[in-house]
Write a protein that binds this ligand. Sequence first.
Ligand code: MRU
Length: 357
Amino acid sequence: MKIDGKEYRTIWFENNVVKIIDQTKLPHQFIIKNLKTIKDTINAIKTMEVRGAPLIGATAAYGIVLAIIENNDQSFLKQSAKDLINSRPTAINLKWAVDRMLKKLSGVSSDKNLDIAINEANEICEEDINFCENIGLNGLKIIEKIYNKKKDAVNILTHCNAGWLATINWGTATSPIYHANKKGIPVHIWVDETRPRNQGANLTSYELNEEGIKNTIIADNTGGILMQRGEVDLCIVGTDRTLSNGDVCNKIGTYLKALAAHDNKVPFYVALPSSTIDWNIKDYKEIPIEERNSEELSHMEGLDENGNLKKIQVYPQKSKAMNLAFDVTPAKYVTALITEKGVCDASSSGLKKLFNK
Ligand code: MRU
């Protein structure tokens, strides 16, 4: 997708270095950063220089490449894999990507493993782009149907950033939006700000602006009244882990949007590539929910009057804060799942049929 009219991917490998767009500095500064070691990679994932389930999976895959470059030794590789998986706990894509890399490398001699690792990490990225593009084409049909009936701009509410910045290209929740826009269907996006890290305001609105798509940022608590007023035609969000029964774990606040959508009969869709499905966990209570530093709540970052990035404290110094990063939306509140293979019910039968499980 475009930034300043130029096409970018969110991650790429060049001269034995992994290049990323530092998302902690967006939308104010566009900085391409080099990751050279496994330590750099883990730090980028933990500090959310890269974030979004598919992108952290791809970053972890390149982390394995960097580990081989750094120290081509089995025990170092094993430890690096472990550290990568543990760098953020909720998105299943991390484990999925690391396991896939290790499987590909199993039994490969140390003089051949680097090329194989680079190819596999590149392949994970190509596959993600392909999957996200197909999610878009499948989701486009849903938007098109609403537009044909309404004959006016389709209002879509989204939460957090499940955009191209969260993947390699296209995004998951945003891919149907980009496809609709390319087809000339008028769309307008309600962008949940997504406190505390403001991925909606800082990243989703930014990328929609760069693609010339109309959008309005709203405080996270505004979606409910907009739905009551009939100003939301559908919601599309992403997911960090989808259980085989259709329960969906996504950015904190997704659940409340799904409840409001259910109460107002607004369709609530979740877009995902199959790399986000956890076929093993059966009960959502077993999903590890990341709890991040409370400073992400009590402090805010933005431009000061001189245009410099500045962090300020906004909470009373003595107050405690709690920062859970994800919640779970039970399948019963999800209208359907939009995947690379098609649209299905958020249920075990829906997912099994689509993925032959
Ligand atoms: O904490 P983040 O910014 O990594 O959370 C991202 C989300 O919750 C996204 O909705 C999810 O990863 C899907 S990305 C296509």
